[in-house]
Write a protein that binds this ligand. Structure first.
Ligand code: NAD
Ligand code: 0WE
Length: 263
């Protein structure tokens, strides 16, 4: 018997074949889950459809999470299509590009609002709509990054939004725990996805982290997928409100071993 046989999973945040959400979708599907996809902007449909077809996914819906109407509509459709939802995956983050380039102190009120709305509040909004469809034993999962707790150059307002997202994970876990719904986050190490492609110096950052992390490498979407499988399955039935690191151990370091070229 597969770990997720008979389970239904709704996954938000697929943009293309590099998306972390796609890595998670593949793993959940491999282990027997029936999947639904939601993507953020109309232009992504031509990227997302072929991926959906690969997994035999027929539920593919646009939803801009900054719109309450979009969120209500997508869950009405999901209720029709799936009846119930056992797994909700939130893999969405956005800040204005200018706010990931300048100094944090320059963040505008509007830039701060947008990053918080799309990257943190959206988890609360999606959870609220999903809960009426979720039986006891269901799981909610989001994606975060180390910049929530320590300063990472240029991550700026996204770090603040991820801190709010991690706190929201704990408050949702406390709220929904009595109903048997678990809420967790995966803190992934840097991966070259669409969201990372626009970041100046991202390749250098991958090199920096891969050289220093305890496992001396970076991580990939499949490794995030495997931890997502664990957190969303009965294997993690006693785990909620947690941030689980899939980062080759980078976050445990107080000071790293000097890379060979320093010695
Ligand atoms: P990605 O670009 O593939 O995914 C980000 C998704 O957010 C896209 O699908 C995009 O369409 C969606 N999105 C943005 N604004 C939206 C809106 N208003 N409504 C609906 N969807 C919207 O990149 P990714 O790296 O796979 O990012 C997925 C998650 O993983 C994000 O939360 C990101 O912060 C997190 N994360 C990424 C890394 C990394 O290094 N790539 C590391 C740790 C955590
Ligand atoms: O959460 C993220 C990326 C989030 C992101 C990326 C973009 C690029 C394009 C949010 N908004 C936008 N807006 C855009 O216009 N990551 C964890 C990946 C990431 O981004 C960084 C990182 C890492 C890691 C930015 C600076 C420093 C490190």
């Amino acid at each position: 018997m597969k770990l997720l046989e008979g389970k239904k999973a709704l996954i938000f945040g697929i943009a293309n074949q590099r998306s972390i959400a796609w890595g998670i979708a593949q793993t959940l599907h491999e282990h027997g889950a029936e999947i639904g996809f939601s993507y953020g902007i109309p232009q992504l449909e031509k990227r997302v459809r072929p991926l959906a077809d690969e997994l035999g996914v027929t539920f593919v819906e646009m939803c801009d999470v900054s719109s309450d109407a979009d969120i209500t509509a997508v869950f009405a459709k999901a209720a029709d299509h799936f009846g119930q939802i056992d797994i909700l995956v939130h893999a969405i983050g956005y800040a204005l590009k200018e706010d990931l380039e300048g100094r944090f102190v320059s963040t505008s009120r509007e830039g701060f609002r947008i990053a918080m709305d799309i990257s943190a509040y959206s988890l609360v909004a999606l959870a609220r709509e999903a809960v009426p469809l979720m039986p006891a034993g269901s799981a909610i999962l989001t994606l975060t990054y180390y910049g929530a707790e320590k300063v990472v150059p240029h991550y700026n307002v996204m770090g603040v939004a991820k801190a709010a997202l991690e706190a929201s994970t704990r408050y949702l876990a406390a709220d929904l725990g009595p109903q048997g719904i678990r809420v967790n986050a995966i803190s992934a190490g840097p991966i070259k996805t669409l969201a990372a492609a626009g970041i100046a110096g991202f390749r250098k950052m991958l090199g920096y982290v891969g050289e220093r992390a305890p496992l001396r490498r970076n991580i990939d979407q499949e490794e995030v997928g495997k931890t997502a499988l664990w957190l969303c399955s009965d294997l993690a039935s006693g785990v909620t409100g947690e941030v689980v690191y899939v980062d080759a151990g980078y976050h445990i370091l107080g000071m790293s071993e000097p890379p060979e070229k320093w010695e």
